[in-house]
Design a protein around this ligand. Structure first.
Ligand SMILES: Nc1ncnc2c1ncn2[C@@H]1O[C@H](COP(=O)(O)OP(=O)(O)O)[C@@H](O)[C@H]1O
Ligand SMILES: [Mg+2]
Length: 325
């Protein structure tokens, strides 16, 4: 089969950390062709989606003393060609967030791929439906108390009722712009003005979960089923657990409550074509549903001895053969 991956420039990827590389390696190891492109290299011509594609050959990372080690030159790309994306069996949309206007336009281009020909993961419609912060709000039993507002009065009232809270920009990732709010903070007004761009942009404000100090669990879902997990524990003086801000990665189990959360999400994720997803869970509460370019495969694999990339590609193989039959 032929797999295309829409990624950021490949030289910027970190082969020992990025799930996109794990997925590409798995596709190659399972005997498939791996092609790469970028969101800005997509076009619609004659009503069909096209891309400037390059074939890529990867030298897989190796596990050395519990860490992934890559060769200094870990990929080799071949000649570029302009091809219809329907010539691929599957297309993985893996551009890193934030979701910008060019990102959204790329999803509109991906709408011009016939689903009967090519599976797009995640579905462009699902990517538009699911803001990574706000998508969680519909699972009312799974989430901590949360509001979304640009209004200082509304935010202040919520914060005073809770005492402490966490503020999140709706388009953020990797801990960017996440603030700890305290009702007695003399910077409150300024913090809200800065993060809402003077009351123009809504933000999420969520009750502070003390369990966050024990970790922010990433659970990886494949078609709604949990296939792996890892914990990210805040270190030092940092309250955020994200790997990008130094969170320590640790082995973990998926609890009964977390399995229930996955069961609650599964039908909605499936309806929206959100096949490869990473949810964040703190103290048994769902805090985020990552759909754009969720990460965690490398960490889960090295902690648990799994091969989640293989599982994802094998799922695509089965899906394709079932849909051809
Ligand atoms: N409700 C919460 N209570 C305590 N800490 C939180 C809460 N929500 C998020 N955090 C902390 O902030 C970090 C980032 O939050 P998250 O919602 O996953 O946004 P993103 O990962 O997109 O930046 C988490 O790793 C966690 O440490
Ligand atoms: Mg997160």
């Amino acid at each position: 089969m032929k797999f295309a991956f829409i990624i950021d420039p490949i030289e910027r990827l970190d082969p020992g950390h990025d799930s996109s590389v794990a997925l590409m390696e798995a596709a190659q190891a399972l005997g498939h062709e791996v092609w790469i492109t970028q969101a800005n290299l997509l076009s619609v011509v004659d009503g069909k989606a096209w891309a400037v594609l390059e074939p890529v050959q990867l030298t897989p990372v190796q596990l050395v003393n519990g860490l992934w080690v890559a060769e200094p030159v870990w990929f080799a790309v071949g000649d570029r060609t302009l091809s219809r994306l329907e010539s691929m069996d599957a297309v993985f949309m893996r551009t890193d967030p934030p979701v910008t206007v060019p990102y959204l336009y790329a999803t509109y281009i991906l709408d011009y791929i016939d689903a009967a020909e090519t599976l797009v993961i995640n579905s462009p419609k699902g990517l538009r439906a699911a803001n990574e912060k706000m998508y969680a709000l519909q699972f009312t039993e799974a989430i901590p108390e949360t509001i979304v507002s640009a209004d200082k009065g509304v935010i202040r009232e919520f914060l005073e009722a809770k005492g402490t809270a966490v503020l999140k920009p709706l388009g953020g990732k990797a801990g960017e712009g996440i603030l700890f709010l305290d009702a007695s903070d003399r910077n409150f007004n300024s913090l809200i003005e800065l993060s809402t761009l003077q009351g123009r942009v809504p933000v999420m404000v969520q009750t502070y979960l003390p369990a966050a100090k024990d970790g922010d669990k990433r659970i990886i879902l494949l078609n709604g089923e949990p296939i792996g997990a890892l914990n990210r524990i805040p270190t030092g003086k940092e309250f955020r657990g994200n790997m990008a801000v130094g969170g320590r990665v640790a082995e973990t189990e998926i609890t009964e409550r977390e399995r229930e959360i996955c069961t609650q999400l599964a039908p909605t994720l499936q309806r929206d074509g959100l096949i490869f997803v990473g949810i964040d869970v703190i103290g048994g509460y769902l805090t985020e549903v990552n759909v754009t370019s969720p990460t965690g495969i490398r960490e889960a694999d090295r902690l648990n001895g799994t091969r989640l990339g293989h599982q994802v590609i094998e799922w695509v193989e089965k899906f394709k053969s079932a849909n051809l039959a």
